[in-house]
Design a binder for this molecule. Sequence first.
Ligand SMILES: N[C@@H](CCC[C@H](N)C(=O)O)C(=O)O
Length: 278
Amino acid sequence: MRFSKMHGAGNDFVVLDLRDGRAPPDAAQCARIADRHLGVGCDQLLTVEAPRSEGAVASYRIWNSDGSAARQCGNGARCIAAWLLRDGAAPANGGFAIDSPAGRHEVARDAQGGFVIDMGAPGFLPEAVPLRGWHVAQDEYTLDIDGIAVRFGAVSMGNPHAVIEAADVATAPVAELGPAMQASLAFPESVNVGFAEVVSRDRIRLRVFERGVGETLACGSGACAAVASLARRGRIDAEREIAVELPGGTLRIRIDRTDGRIRMGGPTAFVFEGSILS
Ligand SMILES: N[C@@H](CCC[C@H](N)C(=O)O)C(=O)O
């Protein structure tokens, strides 16, 4: 089985071409391919498949490194766009659409030749996340984790996100609080946990402990969720493009003033091609 290894700001992917209708690997096979010792190694496996919506050039599905299916992947969307363009299936100037499990994404090119993805409008209702929690202030929730009250914003970008503001992301308890939040009954479908430091009105630093993976070098939907949550709470400027610095690179996020949809730009890279033998 041929594959491409790609990454977007260090969030790495194995991309499989299944447009001929072959079935995707099952959960155990996905986990084996994603294994960094026994397989190729990646945060997510992406399967390129036939389009589902009118006029889209392709669809894709997302599998976390533990084999679980996900509905949204921002860095993956940019990599799929780059993969389709290299394949000749999408026009070089952008202006095409791809279908993810969360819906349809319009793809544009930026001035530097990067890809800008329409990630849709964030959902803040607890049932959209989904979250069973308690409102403490506008759009902020609190959970008791081992006797500590953890305050966070909750956002659906098609997948669930909790956004915790941190004074300094370098020392934030990502490895402890990430799994503890994910295990909480408040998140019936688990959650991607973002730790966000506001640097200025248009710049944040972010680390994300992803569902089904652990901490990654970047999370595109997590960056959108962090910007949506912080803008809603007035912590950053909703009118401006926000630079989101992640351990693997910087993403640029803009909230459209007219429709509230979020557009995300950032890097993509091909790393190598190969064949999976077993
Ligand atoms: N890395 C992704 C998000 C991948 C899915 C996530 N772990 C989930 O289970 O929802 C991104 O760039 O958005």
